[in-house]
Design a protein around this ligand. Structure first.
Ligand SMILES: [Zn+2]
Length: 66
């Protein structure tokens, strides 16, 4: 079970990805580590997809214009 890395006070954000394991298209943005602002894991199978820099995270969270 790896469901505890997102704190309840944080709103889980998702990002479009292409999972190499399950071909899922939805990534969950989780807590970063060290120099990384956040990490992206597959929301379907939990596979690690990529790290996000602060810039990338800001772009993702701030770029939800519709
Ligand atoms: Zn997956």
């Amino acid at each position: 079970m790896q469901s505890s890395f997102i704190q309840p006070s944080q709103t889980p954000k998702t990002v479009a990805i292409c999972c190499p394991r399950c071909a899922g298209s939805t990534g969950a943005i989780g807590e970063g580590k060290g120099p990384h602002a956040a990490k992206v894991t597959c929301r379907d199978c939990g596979r690690f997809i990529q790290w996000l820099s602060k810039r990338s995270l800001a772009d993702l969270l701030g770029g939800e214009q519709s």
